[in-house]
Design a protein around this ligand. Structure first.
Ligand SMILES: NC(=O)c1ccc[n+]([C@@H]2O[C@H](COP(=O)([O-])OP(=O)(O)OC[C@H]3O[C@@H](n4cnc5c(N)ncnc54)[C@H](O)[C@@H]3O)[C@@H](O)[C@H]2O)c1
Length: 316
């Protein structure tokens, strides 16, 4: 049904880093008025608010969310509202409440009103016992509250799919790099901040060590993955359906900084690790995405050079 003229879509957390670009893509494919954007906050002049319907909605307010679903004949929800890793470790109680409580509300509404759901997971589901190339199926023992909420989210999604037949799908996004909206308090934010600071100040203090290697992805690839996954017939999807591994590019913080220096020769990057180094160290270096490649033909397009070129040309 995704991408068809029948889609009536609601997006939660729509003003965030992913929502800003996903709403744009969904509105392009389905028409502006078929995509109802919602968020806890309002940002005047935000492109999501200017380009179509927008409502303030707290995902913890189930009744209000259900009213929006009924009033707008919604049949698809992209549930992006969440508290990310670094912010979540500062306020784990809020992280647990929003990430688990918000998803529980969405799943109950989806069950009652026969709604398809996209619910993102994260590479934060993996813990220190995960191999450095993370397999699709491996023990999930994250150290952060954020990671725990994402493991719980995948399990809740599987339950609603298996027991109640809800068509729910998810991706374990790597760190996402984009220029249209700022990142929302995750551990991989350095890979976005570095571009802004390189252009504005020719200097950046990176909060992880130079040898820190994490799975990353350019936002265009992530949006395409999301739309492609939602467009595949349900019967093609296997047991990974609520949290597919997808791989983009893995690079160290130093490789990223060097790649920027090749294009901005007087750029200087200093490395002063903070608490986020611990979260980064608990995650794998790269991702085995063979299930996504096999089941819905996933393939990334952007390598490091293309990503750096895109970021710099759009931010200058
Ligand atoms: N950006 C990444 O690199 C990344 C990586 C892996 C997974 N993810 C996942 O993708 C999803 C979206 O991430 P993002 O990067 O766009 O996050 P973000 O922090 O940029 O945006 C999240 C949005 O949710 C909203 N929100 C927070 N609490 C809310 C509530 N109670 N009710 C309604 N809205 C609320 C915020 O106002 C914000 O606009 C999340 O589930 C996140 O865990 C993101």
């Amino acid at each position: 049904m995704a991408g068809s003229s029948d889609s009536r879509i609601l997006v939660t957390g729509a003003l965030g880093q992913i929502g800003t670009e996903l709403v744009e893509a969904l509105r392009r494919n389905n028409g502006n008025n078929s995509v109802i954007a919602t968020d806890l906050r309002k940002i005047d002049g935000h492109p999501v608010i200017n380009s179509g319907p927008f409502h303030i909605a707290d995902v913890l307010d189930k009744a209000a969310l259900e009213e929006l679903v009924i009033n707008n004949s919604i049949n698809e929800i992209y549930h992006l509202a969440a508290i990310l890793s670094a912010t979540g470790e500062k306020n784990p109680e809020l992280c647990e409440r929003v990430n688990i409580g918000g998803l529980a509300n969405v799943l109950e509404i989806a069950k009652k009103h026969n709604i398809r759901v996209f619910s993102p997971s994260s590479i934060a589901v993996f813990g220190p016992d995960c191999p450095s190339i993370a397999p699709q199926v491996t023990p999930l023992n994250p150290t952060t509250m954020y990671g725990r909420t994402k493991v719980a989210g995948e399990e809740m999604a599987n339950y609603y799919h298996q027991i109640h037949g809800v068509d729910i799908r998810g991706i374990r996004y790597p760190g996402l790099i984009s220029w249209k909206a700022p990142p929302g308090g995750g551990t991989t934010d350095y890979a976005v901040e570095i571009f802004h600071q390189a252009i504005e100040k020719k200097e950046y203090t990176c909060f992880v060590r130079p040898d820190t290697m994490l799975p990353m992805m350019y936002m265009d690839d992530a949006i395409r993955a999301t739309l492609e996954l939602m467009n595949v017939p349900s019967k093609c999807l296997g047991p990974a359906r609520s949290g597919y591994n997808i791989s983009g590019i893995s690079f160290t913080a130093e490789e990223l900084s060097n790649s920027i220096s090749e294009r901005i020769p007087d750029f200087v990057c200093n490395f002063v690790p903070d608490i986020r180094q611990q979260y980064a160290d608990s995650w794998p270096n790269s991702i085995d995405d063979s299930d996504a490649r096999k089941e819905w033909n996933w393939s990334p397009k952007y390598d490091l050079d293309q990503l750096v070129d895109e970021m710099l040309s759009n931010l200058y």
